[in-house]
Design a protein around this ligand. Structure first.
Ligand code: PBG
Length: 323
């Protein structure tokens, strides 16, 4: 049954199609800006006009959707750029909605504060002085209000789906309530339910300029050793009203994706994160791995583990090969 490609294709258990791929976009200020991210070859910071072009190319390839991140002009402690009506992603969403491309794509907006806070954390930071020096805490409950405000603002600007990635407790319920109150009861929530504190987000923090200025994210993102806790996080988010869940990172956590798939009947996506992409790109650049085969194998593995859709920086490359 392995002798010829038609035979192999007939008995193939896992397939990749462009519609199952979601392309992340990093929207930045300016016009005509297309700035490659040093640690992520082939990934760019794009001004709104360029993001629209990229979306049109993605739609032409049959890609399933986009996930938008923003690089604001300025940052502050209240993450104003995340929820401002004229925030960079809000502007990007409005422009996308005017282009025909958006009709063919599910336009998702990441909901988080880390790209917009001056300290780079995903929530409000409270600082305390003690004799040993300054300490800080990322405050869960005070962050919820701003996250909910951000989600409403993004949905109003045209996001088809809002995707909270901050990992504060209770944020799905807060976002759902705020959306419903704002007349946005039709906007679904894709919750990054199980998001692990991972070294593999390194290149993203360069792409989105969101590295924490002090400390790390281990007080709110999950410990990579915990699969039972991941299931509890998912259950909580679903109980709070999440419509779909996203697992992240993907390749180092395939067992967690599998466990979630076996436990639940909701749509599950996985995020092949920046470090997964960059380490493959680094190997391609040295001629150590065959690009096309390694890319496809990494994506098929994530689907086989149980992810219905994949957020991936390879979305366009992969769509060209599998369509
Ligand atoms: C924002 C966010 C991050 C990623 C997605 N949303 C960064 C982080 O948590 O530090 C990472 C995506 C990637 O690495 O490709 N909180």
């Amino acid at each position: 049954m392995r002798r010829t490609e038609p035979l192999r294709a007939l008995v193939r258990e896992t397939r990749l199609e462009p519609g199952a791929l979601i392309l992340p976009l990093f929207v930045c200020p300016g016009e005509g800006v297309r700035k490659e991210i040093a640690s992520m070859p082939g990934v760019f910071n794009l001004s709104v006009d360029q993001a629209v072009k990229e979306a049109e190319a993605a739609a032409a390839l049959g890609i399933g959707g986009l996930l938008l991140f923003g690089l604001p002009e300025t940052k502050d402690e209240q993450a104003t750029g995340a929820w401002a009506d004229d925030g960079i992603v809000q502007r990007g969403l409005r422009a996308l909605k005017k282009s025909g491309a958006a009709k063919k794509l599910v336009v998702m907006a990441d909901v988080c504060l880390c790209e917009y806070t001056s300290h780079g954390h995903c929530g409000i930071v409270k600082r305390t002085q003690n004799p040993a020096g300054e300490e800080y805490e990322v405050e869960n409950d005070s962050s919820l209000r701003l996250l909910a405000k951000t989600a409403v603002s993004l949905a109003r600007a045209g996001a088809d789906v809002v995707a909270p990635s901050d990992m504060m407790d209770g944020r799905v319920a807060a976002i759902r309530d705020a959306l419903d109150e704002g007349g946005l009861e039709q906007t679904p929530i894709l919750s990054y339910a199980a998001k692990f504190a991972s070294a593999f987000y390194g290149p993203f923090r360069e792409a989105a300029d969101s590295a924490p200025q002090f400390g790390d994210r281990r007080s709110y993102q999950m410990d990579g050793a915990n699969v039972r806790e991941a299931m509890r996080e998912i259950d909580l988010d679903l109980a709070e009203g999440a419509d779909m869940i996203l697992m992240k990172p993907a390749m180092p956590y395939l067992d967690v994706i599998r466990a979630a798939r076996e436990r639940l009947d909701v749509p599950i996506g996985a995020y092949q994160v920046s470090g997964e992409y960059s380490m493959l790109q680094a190997a391609f650049a040295r001629g150590w791995l065959e690009p096309q085969r390694a890319m496809l194998e990494s994506l098929v593995a994530i689907r086989r583990a149980g992810a219905g859709f994949i957020v991936t920086y390879f979305a366009q490359e992969a769509a060209k090969v599998v369509s």
